[in-house]
Ligand binder design. Sequence first.
Ligand SMILES: [Mg+2]
Length: 277
Amino acid sequence: MYVPTKQGTILTSPHSPLSPAETRDRVLSSRGILFDLDGVLTPTAEVHMSAWSRLFTPFLDAQGVKPYTDADYFAYIDGKPRYDGVRSLLASRGLSLPDGEPTDAPELETVCGLGNRKNKAFNETLAEDGVSAYPGSLRFLDAVVAAGLKVAVVTSSLNGEMVLTAAGLRDRFEIVVDGVRARAEKLAGKPAPDTYLFGAELLGLTAAQCVVIEDAESGIQSGRSGDFGLVLGVDRGVGAHVLFEAGADTVVTDLDELLPLIGSTVLSSPSSSGVPA
Ligand SMILES: [Mg+2]
């Protein structure tokens, strides 16, 4: 659990971080949990990294320039829209290509063509290797469902359904708001709160009744601006202070950290002590 500095200079969020007990109470007094996907339920960043490597390792070899490494992913690609990542990596090697069109075939040597080749590699990697959900997130999901909370996934990803299926999670969620659904409903993407508000509405709940769980700054901002009951950050490397500054009420490094608290409360609550019919 993150402890702020005494000076309080790191945190600009108006919300004081909650204690573990307060976090537990807020989770258990909510009616629903809205999960982000990449970085919260599944370690999808690794699949993206692998796909970029499958694109650029042979491509840069063929150009006779400095080989591609994972350090290039963090320096030039991570967090950027797909085509911007392509442009940025090419520029790092003194290369450039015509932009082309988003409809370009993956074989075309254009920025869009290479971006689409990366997406094809992402889909192939998912299909071949699959992706395993974070064990701590699975246990947390089990615990909150056992506690009677409703759950939904809210992700910007256009590959959301595919990732959920590959992780064996698709049938755990009746409600999935992914990039495809957001586009169809004309919802503004994160950091706007719209996709999360839509998820809450589909669960039949208000924002105040729901917890938002996010690993990205933009997603935390969605939860904060939507006035959700609790905005819970999962720090997978971006830094707890970044998530707090974006408006997180509390930050954990894995959802597992909340389990002893939630599990003990569920077990000791009178409503769960009945004998199954
Ligand atoms: Mg995420």
